[in-house]
Design a protein around this ligand. Structure first.
Ligand code: MBD
Ligand code: FE
Length: 277
């Protein structure tokens, strides 16, 4: 049986990033590169002086940085510890739904369904059934017909398809198209909290620093429509022990779901408001 390893999921995340994210990225002007790289390097010098960093510590850092690359964990490291501030800056001017980080496990072009949809899942998929429903509107409250809702999530063991072994390719990944009133209903299951792999370099940093390795359970979304700004976000479940100390700092109060327990499973309603493009 194949088991989930940091190196395998890291390699997949690195390949995914190289395939999807580098197209159409323009060249950064040299003045900008010089300013940004120069300040980051100067901040490191400052830390070395302030804390009188030794050669042993410098070599430990060097070994760790090499290991992050060898494990393919740069996507994980950057999205857990850096992306939330990039998102904060990028989305500061929006008035519609709150965004948060994308993370390393998005895959474009998940199977398309209509407004009444069921996540691709295994016949015996574990986890509490969850009906995730809502409506997409614009800033004036007018429905956005045919809005595209991309939803991806971990399974009830905390693993993502295409990044952990033995899971069907599109498991718990979907592109749903809202109806004429911007409404959607997606049957899924409640995801489990996500633990940063303990056997890779990010896990080693976490252990060496005495931090915890957890993200609270979450749904990932990209919601979009022609003439509107795409929003990338996540939604969280009340009562999760890590809602208050997400290692990726990606929880916001506006992103907390209200989950109602029913006979056939749980139901949650979340409406999205899209900013104009
Ligand atoms: C995840 O599931 C995630 O969403 C982020 C941001 C980082 C690591 C794992
Ligand atoms: Fe995630």
């Amino acid at each position: 049986m194949s088991i989930a390893t940091a190196a395998a999921s890291g390699a997949s995340a690195t390949e995914r990033f190289q395939a999807d994210k580098l197209l159409g990225v323009g060249e950064t002007p040299p003045e900008r590169v010089s300013e940004l790289a120069g300040e980051v390097i100067a901040a490191i010098h400052e830390t070395v002086r302030k804390h009188q960093v030794t050669y042993d510590e410098y070599n430990a850092l060097k070994a760790w940085l090499i290991g992050v690359g060898q494990d393919g964990e740069w996507p994980l490291f950057l999205d857990v510890w850096i992306e939330h501030v990039v998102e904060e800056v990028a989305n500061a001017d929006r008035s519609g739904s709150k965004g948060t980080i994308e993370g390393p496990y998005y895959v474009p072009n998940a199977p398309k369904q209509g407004a009444r949809a069921r996540m691709p899942m295994r016949a015996d998929e574990a986890g509490t059934p969850l009906l995730f429903q809502g409506q997409v509107t614009d800033l004036s409250g007018a429905p956005v017909p045919g809005a595209k809702i991309e939803l991806w999530q971990a399974d009830a063991a905390g693993f993502y398809s295409q990044f952990a072994p033995g899971i069907p390719e599109w498991n718990l990944r979907i592109t749903a198209i809202a109806d004429e009133e911007g409404r959607y209903w997606i049957e899924t299951i409640q995801p489990a909290p996500y633990q940063i792999p303990t056997d890779g370099s990010c896990g080693k940093l976490i252990a060496a620093a005495g931090w915890h390795a957890w993200r609270p359970a979450h749904l990932h979304l990209k919601v979009s429509a022609p003439g509107r700004q795409l929003i990338t976000t996540q939604l969280y479940f009340p009562g999760d022990p890590h809602n208050g100390d997400d290692i990726a700092s990606a929880v916001k109060p506006e992103l907390m779901l209200d989950v109602v327990e029913g006979e056939a499973g749980n139901v949650t309603t979340y409406d999205f408001v899209l900013d104009p493009a």
